[in-house]
Design a protein around this ligand. Structure first.
Ligand code: S3P
Length: 435
């Protein structure tokens, strides 16, 4: 599916289920591999990124089996069994671990590998190889790891060993950085603290607490005490708001649409997009709110709405960090101007998402001004069809496909294989709503 084309076919109608959460799927594999005994993970996201994490732990000697055949379509329900071998049970991998496109795999693994009694090499694809790693190298080096890199970029060579706890004031609000330090902190005698400039997603904290770890959260400070063992888990991964986001915005901007997105995670550290869209005038109703494995979840009822442009920054952007590309599409279809600031981190994601979205939406006739840390987007009634590209970035690809759905004529998006890093089955689900 390297080039996809899309055009308006009518309103989106019906019910879908959000695919499993990517962040939680990564963590479920990691934490249960380090636990003592057998864990059960249900509804694991079988997409390229979390599968990189799964393969990495298999390479380090962890037995991971599917109780349901993994030949089933990837977005159907599944159950996997992980035979954890304890915090010190990993074997040195025979060769380099390839993290593919996955920043979460590389950065969280760095924390774990920093405490192992062996050395490991981590590599990634072209996109991951241009993403900054000093943000994890610096604190982990302070704790005692020896990490070689290509001037702060992958590949990484990590020589683990005995670590000492630190109190680290992170210059960046990043769940990957926070989690890498917390994971290294599990291996320390004493308490490790991470202080963030803003609150990033808290799945690591929730899941480790459930695994018996003494972890405390006070505003922007997270402290963890070293432990002897993690308890195995039984977890059902909730749906991913970051994947549901494409359908939320599609439902809002395609005239006449009305859809329900079942089982969508609405963790408050992730739900900034819903808050922003509500402020822009969206009709999004969370129904049936509940907890799934300690994470808040709802069915989202979304109806076509007339959106209004607004100023967005600070905490709202941090809580919608992965939703920036699709938020730009919503802004392009809103009445008036939307100014997004405080989004500088978007420049170092799978692509420079500020530049990518500015370039691609301009092709559809949208007036956009690029700022160092955001965009000013003039909303308009009609988008022109365009020949868009993804920059190999899954969220740019899916955002441009949704934008194309509202244009008058056919839009193509090139280089769309990357959709499989987070959302295999995206096009089938979209088509199911557009019969
Ligand atoms: C993630 C954290 C975020 C997010 C990424 C997943 C995680 O990255 O963008 O898609 O699972 O911890 P940063 O930590 O770089 O903000």
């Amino acid at each position: 599916m390297n080039r996809l084309s899309i055009k308006y076919k009518g309103p989106l109608l019906g019910e879908i289920t959000a695919p499993p959460d990517k962040s939680i799927s990564h963590r479920a594999i990691m934490f249960s591999s380090l636990a003592e005994g057998q864990s059960i993970v249900r509804n694991f996201l079988q997409a390229e990124d979390p599968l990189r994490t799964l393969e990495a732990f298999r390479k380090m000697g962890i037995k991971i089996e599917y109780r349901t055949p993994n030949s089933e379509p990837r977005h159907t329900y599944n159950e996997i069994i992980i035979h954890g071998k304890g915090l010190y049970g990993l074997n040195a991998p025979k060769d380099t671990i390839d993290c593919g496109n996955s920043g979460t795999t590389m950065r969280l693994l760095s924390g774990i590998l920093s405490a192992q009694a062996f050395s490991t090499s981590l590599t990634g694809d072209a996109s991951l190889s241009s993403r900054p790693m000093k943000r994890v190298i610096n604190p982990l080096t302070e704790m005692g790891a020896v990490i070689e890199s290509a001037n702060g970029f992958p590949p990484l060579r990590i020589r683990g060993g005995k670590l000492t706890p630190i109190s680290y004031k992170s210059p960046v609000a990043s769940a990957q950085v926070k989690s890498a330090i917390i994971l290294a902190g599990l291996y320390c005698d004493g308490t490790t603290t991470v202080i963030e400039p803003g609150k990033s997603r808290d799945h690591t904290e929730r899941m480790l607490k459930a695994s018996g770890v003494d972890i405390s959260v006070k505003d922007l400070d997270v402290s963890v005490r070293g432990v002897a063992a993690l308890k195995p888990m039984e977890i059902t991964v909730p749906g991913d708001l970051s994947s549901a986001a494409f359908f939320i915005v599609a439902g809002l901007i395609v005239p006449g649409s009305e859809i329900v997105i079942r089982n969508t995670g609405i963790n408050p550290t992730r739900s900034g997009l819903i808050d922003v869209l509500n402020l822009m005038g969206a009709d999004i109703k969370p129904e049936n709110e509940r907890l799934v494995s300690g994470e808040p979840v709802a069915d989202l009822h979304v109806k076509h709405s007339r959106l209004k442009g607004m100023n967005i920054g600070g905490d709202l952007i941090l809580r919608a960090i992965d939703e920036f590309p699709i938020l730009c599409v919503a802004a392009a279809k809103a009445e008036g101007t939307t100014k997004i600031t405080g989004a500088g981190e978007l420049r170092v994601k799978e692509s420079d998402r500020i530049a990518s979205m500015a370039a691609e939406l301009r092709k559809m006739g949208v007036k956009i001004e690029e700022l160092e840390d955001g965009l000013i987007i003039e909303g308009q009634e009609d988008l022109s069809p365009a020949a868009a590209v993804s920059y190999g970035d899954h969220r740019i690809a899916m955002s441009m496909l949704i934008a194309g759905l509202t244009a008058k004529g056919e839009t193509t998006v090139d280089n769309t294989d990357c959709v499989n890093t987070s959302f295999p089955g995206f096009m089938e689900i979209l088509e199911s709503l557009n019969q």
